[in-house]
Ligand binder design. Structure first.
Ligand code: DGP
Length: 114
């Protein structure tokens, strides 16, 4: 059994409120939402950080972005607007080391982030 929490969500070993599943990615609601709509889109295959991604992952990274846009439409925040974020490593605020695209919407988001 893997100790990666997101691999375990992909495997169905840990419950998550799933929004979308494709051959390569899974999207689900964030456990600690930072906005009225806050979803995570993750690859089924474990990649620890964006920094660890390689040329072989180019298509998969595209899949994550397109799934993020689809999730925003499904959550009803595409027209008003939303933000996609991928945190990388400690200074980027990454806490789960299986890459994930945050999709945040449902309120006006400030910039720059803290
Ligand atoms: P980051 O800090 O960028 O690594 O974001 C990790 C996010 O993952 C954070 O917003 C909380 C969320 N999260 C952590 N554990 C779980 C979990 O078990 N289930 C769900 N749905 N979300 C989780």
């Amino acid at each position: 059994m893997t100790d990666c929490i997101f691999c375990r969500i992909v495997a169905g070993e840990i419950p998550a409120k799933r929004i979308l599943e494709t051959e390569n990615v899974v999207a689900f609601h964030d456990l600690n939402p930072a906005a009225p709509q806050h979803a995570l889109v993750i690859p089924r295959r474990h990649i620890a950080t964006l920094d660890a991604a390689t040329e072989d992952d180019r298509g998969l990274l595209g899949d994550l972005m397109l799934a993020g846009a689809e999730v925003a439409r499904m959550l009803g925040c595409a027209e008003k607007g939303y933000r996609t974020v991928m945190n990388c490593n400690e200074d980027g605020g990454q806490s789960v080391y299986h890459i994930h695209l945050h999709v945040l919407g449902g309120r006006s988001l400030s910039w720059p982030p803290g």
